[in-house]
Ligand binder design. Structure first.
Ligand code: 9MR
Ligand code: ZN
Length: 568
């Protein structure tokens, strides 16, 4: 018998769920539990006995599942759950857990910084040298250089530096960056109290919240990704991924890959949002961000066609897409929110009407960010909100249409939770590459729904997605390095492999179980065909389709942690 708990722990007053599970392959017929489950202090004394509810067979895990609700435990302390000889990992009940978690998750972004030395003062034993500071060239010229049509000296050179390494690789990609920044800047917008914490980064103490200092590092890189004509390069990487070396050892030519309409739309959205958020701290930057957003929007409006060129000779991340409606919609909506100019609202509305399901929060579809912009005043803490005095009829109607859609989707996802033994809002067929993003996006959606309509079930929806991430899942792992007794620790991450340090940097979120695992050779070898999707995971650095880390898998976890920390 396995007993799965949130290995970090539970807030004193939130719901508390654990799962007891037996693989269906290990029992014949319907199993039964002998005797109650005991909730014990970590030192041994039992304080509560309970009979869990039998859920039955669970498809995603292939387990027989019992669900234990022990929400009546509110006293801070460290506990374990026992049944017969089985025991859960220890967990804490305490206030402030999610605030501390938000610090670890945010500090990860500092460890992703490119183009700067990480000092011992801020990175401790994970200090490392600066990287990727040589000039970049355009792919379109580099291609000619490779065939001998253009001399090295004749290629234009661009001094583009900074930003966060995207993931376990050292690339920097505009749409991935926008996705992470959207989650984090809105997390700050809606839950500012959580972000009063010090992250111990070089800018700490400058009077600006550290999360904004950290995001500024990415925004400054992104601003450099804008071309003269207002468009924005899709990515900034080498031609091939580096080997498993430290970033400063990756000295291959840095390239700027052609603009895509997704990158331009995302750039507009990010910069217009940043302009509002940084205005109280740095007016000059706010003006610059807005001017850049407007310039990119002009390009977007004069180029109404979808633009994305897949360049197969460049083998770093593709971040391909089939639609730019969501990016264009977000762009228009953020510009409306920042400038108040009505034609942007009309444009966003037209695009909204063309989108089949505009409540998504992943890099491939960021339509939900437009919803956050539209409903911003209703989502922010009430004492930070400017009076909604003069909302136009059009905006009022748009808001109510969006709200209705969002709450309908949240309600649908609540019913998904009820179909899943582990109470995650994800169906068995949805365990794809980076499934933890799907889980966390749904957590963000429940959080947004709760801010609009404070029903306890929405709040619990967020709690249960974080429970899954932190241990209530059939792999037995906490998917955050350094958090919990049995946290994954071998991410597909070049720095982790190359730094020669046994310990893993804490605060990374793994991509998680991937039922479509057949992409990476070791996953294929380790995980037999027919393995239930939730168990398609291995804590092995080679498994890039299971166990990589990225900025936009951390960012929705930051949002959910901040929600649970700030919303009481
Ligand atoms: O997160 C991306 C995932 O949704 C895709 O299925 C996968 C394959 O295209 O790529 C993932 O993104 C990777 C990116 O291309 C390069 N940096 C690492 C990213 C995480 O694995
Ligand atoms: Zn770098």
């Amino acid at each position: 018998m396995k007993i799965y708990v949130n290995q970090m722990g539970y807030l004193p007053n939130s719901i508390k769920k654990a799962v007891l599970a037996l693989p269906q392959t290990e029992v014949s017929g319907e199993p039964s539990l002998s005797g109650p489950v005991r909730l014990c202090k970590k030192d041994g004394s039992c304080i509560l006995e309970k009979t869990p509810a039998f859920f039955g067979p669970d498809e995603a895990s292939g387990d027989f599942v019992w669900q234990l609700d022990f929400s009546e435990l509110t006293e801070p302390g460290t506990y374990v759950i026992r049944h017969g000889d089985s025991s859960s990992y220890p967990f804490t009940v305490g206030a402030g857990l999610y605030g501390e978690l938000s610090v670890l998750l945010s500090k990860m972004l500092y460890f992703q910084r490119c183009g700067t030395e990480l000092t011992e003062k801020h990175a401790g034993k994970f200090a490392r040298k600066s990287c990727h500071t040589a000039p970049s060239v355009l792919w379109t010229e580099y291609e000619k250089f490779l065939t001998g049509e253009l001399a090295e000296a004749d290629m234009q050179k661009f001094n583009i530096r900074g930003g966060w390494h995207d993931a376990g690789d050292y690339g920097r990609y505009t749409t991935a960056a926008a996705c992470a920044l959207g989650h984090i800047l809105y997390a700050y917008r809606f839950f500012p109290d959580t972000f009063a914490r010090n992250l111990n980064i070089p800018e700490s103490g400058n009077g600006i919240p550290d999360i904004l200092n950290e995001c500024r590092y990415e925004l400054d890189w992104m601003l450099q990704m804008q071309a003269e004509d207002g468009s924005v390069y899709h990515k900034h990487t080498t031609q091939n991924h580096a080997g498993f070396v430290m970033p400063h050892e990756d000295t291959n030519q840095m390239l700027l890959l052609p603009p895509s309409s997704m990158a331009v739309g995302d750039f507009v959205g990010t910069m217009a949002l940043a302009s509002r958020i940084y205005r109280p701290f740095d007016g000059e930057f706010a003006d610059r961000a807005l001017a850049a957003a407007k310039k990119a929007q002009v390009w977007l409006e004069t180029h109404p066609e979808f633009l994305f060129e897949h360049i197969k000779e460049c083998r770093t991340g593709g971040y391909g897409d089939r639609s730019d409606i969501d990016e264009r919609m977000w762009a228009a909506m953020e510009l409306y929110r920042t400038t108040g100019e009505a034609h942007y609202l009309a444009l966003a509305r037209t695009l909204f009407d063309q989108h089949p399901n505009p409540i998504q929060y992943g890099w491939g579809d960021i339509s939900g960010f437009a919803g956050w912009a539209l409903l911003e005043n209703e989502l922010m803490p009430k004492d930070n909100v400017k009076e909604d005095t003069s909302i136009s009829v059009e905006e009022a109607e748009f808001r109510s249409a969006y709200k209705e859609l969002l709450l309908k989707e949240a309600t649908r996802l609540l019913s998904v939770i009820d179909t899943e033994g582990y109470r995650v809002a994800m169906r068995p067929a949805e365990y794809g590459w980076g499934s933890n993003l799907t889980v966390l996006n749904r957590g963000m959606l429940f959080g947004t729904a709760y801010l609009l309509d404070p029903k306890a079930v929405y709040y619990s929806g967020v709690v249960q997605q974080m429970d899954y991430l932190l241990g209530v899942n059939a792999t037995d792992y906490s998917y955050v390095t350094g958090v919990g007794t049995h946290a994954f620790c071998n991410p597909h991450n070049r720095i982790t492999e190359a730094d020669g340090i046994d310990e893993t940097i804490p605060g990374y979120v793994s991509g998680g179980a991937n039922g479509t695992r057949w992409v990476d050779p070791l996953a294929k070898e380790l995980i037999p065909e027919g393995t239930p999707p939730m168990k398609c995971f291995a804590d092995r650095w080679e498994c890039y389709s299971l166990n990589e880390i990225t900025i936009y898998w951390n960012s929705p976890a930051i949002f959910c942690a901040a929600f649970l920390d700030s919303v009481k």
